[in-house]
Design a binder for this molecule. Structure first.
Ligand code: CA
Length: 226
């Protein structure tokens, strides 16, 4: 049974979420402030964390940052209430995997949860270790190193690089990448692909402006070369 930790101080949202997720067969734990959430999240064993941003004691941005700094790679789905928060989630590259805007429908949230968990499974079922240039990706252990130093990738970035590697030397258009990585049932704009390719390049390319591995193909999409 997959375990989900919800960090949310609004009782009504927390209870509704916990019920919906339990009905879907997930084991649910909860925390009502950032500090408690951080310490619970650091104890391994959660498959996913649902993290609110406005929280007592420590906000969700800080919780996310501290978890990643502590090397906790558990996928995080953020709950945002304002557009400024969304910009920050996307802009700061905190290491959150996805976000849902409040108010959200239970169906939407569960679809996102399932998409993230499916992605993680897909990553783990992929190859074991893949090396190119000075990058080493261990898909089983969910670890990436560049020049021997650990690099943190979100589940989405893992899935994206995995997909590109699987189709090495082939030009992939954005819709093929969207279907392969995000899933056919998830609606996202094609330019989302570019955003995440940009993040990935910053993490694994020596010079992200002149990439040697994740190559853009004008008017079409991308291809990976090792
Ligand atoms: Ca809140």
């Amino acid at each position: 049974m997959e375990k989900i930790l919800i960090i949310e101080d609004e009782e009504s949202i927390l209870m509704a979420l916990a019920d919906d997720l339990a009905l879907e067969g997930y084991e649910v734990a909860s925390a009502r402030d950032g500090l408690q959430g951080l310490s619970m999240a650091k104890e391994k064993g959660h498959d996913l964390i649902i993290l609110d941003i406005m929280l007592p004691k420590m906000d969700g941005f800080e919780v996310c940052k501290q978890l990643r700094q502590a090397g906790v790679g558990t996928p995080i789905l953020m709950l945002t209430a304002k557009s400024q928060e969304i910009d920050k989630v996307l802009g700061l590259e905190l290491g959150a995997d996805d976000y849902v805007t409040k108010p959200f429908s239970p169906r939407e949230l569960i679809a996102r949860v399932k998409a993230i968990l499916r992605r993680v499974k897909g990553i783990q079922e992929q190859m074991d270790v893949y090396r190119f240039g000075d990058v080493e990706i261990d898909f089983k252990k969910y670890e990436v190193k560049k020049k021997g130093q650990p690099v943190y990738l979100t589940t989405l970035e893992f899935s994206l690089i995995g997909f590109l590697i699987k189709h090495k030397d082939q030009v992939l258009d954005r819709s093929a990448i969207l279907d392969g990585v995000w899933g056919e049932d998830v609606y996202v704009l094609p330019k989302t692909v570019d955003t995440h390719i940009g993040h990935l390049r910053k993490k694994i390319e020596d010079d992200p402006a002149n990439p040697k591995h994740i190559i853009g193909v004008r008017g079409i999409g991308y291809k990976f070369i090792s």
